[in-house]
Write a protein that binds this ligand. Structure first.
Ligand SMILES: [Zn+2]
Length: 155
């Protein structure tokens, strides 16, 4: 753990509030001693509900490295990742994640993602946002095409 990188993530989270760009969240992605990318929450300024600090940083780091994985990198975030960011982190596959505030700290500031965590474990027909399956047979064609593709880039 590099305290300097976490201090930068925390400074980004505070600066983000003061500048009015978004919520109190910042992130840093580092490879060894080098900062690859940073991110801060831009949900309200970019009208993008997915623009959490971690996602912003992951996108910037992947663009900079010209890679869709962050192996060899560490992610520092000012707050424990929400379920969406946790998913993005698992897809990006950094080596390690460090967080400062806990999700309980975030909940007491009005950012409660416990609701999403509880929704994930429910059967799809019992979730708040209805999910229903449709045209499963037709959609299989995409997987057949993928299986038949010769030079695919697996991820
Ligand atoms: Zn998030």
């Amino acid at each position: 753990m590099d305290a300097e990188f976490m201090q930068i993530a925390i400074a980004l989270s505070i600066e983000n509030v003061r500048s009015g760009r978004g919520g109190p969240f910042g992130a840093v992605i580092a490879k060894g001693r080098e900062i690859i990318a940073t991110g801060a929450n831009q949900v309200t300024s970019a009208n993008d509900p997915t623009a959490h600090a971690e996602i912003v940083a992951i996108r910037a780091a992947c663009q900079k490295l010209q890679d869709f994985q962050l192996s060899g990198c560490d992610l520092y975030t000012s707050c424990e990742p929400c379920p969406m960011c946790l998913g993005a982190i698992y897809w990006a596959r950094p080596d390690q994640v460090y967080y400062a505030s806990s999700r309980e700290d975030a909940a007491s500031a009005g950012f409660d993602d416990e609701f999403i965590y509880s929704q994930i474990t429910l059967p799809v027909d019992r979730r708040k946002i209805p999910m229903r399956q449709a045209l499963q047979q037709e959609a299989e064609a995409a997987f057949r095409a993928w299986e038949e593709m010769l030079h695919k880039i697996r991820y």
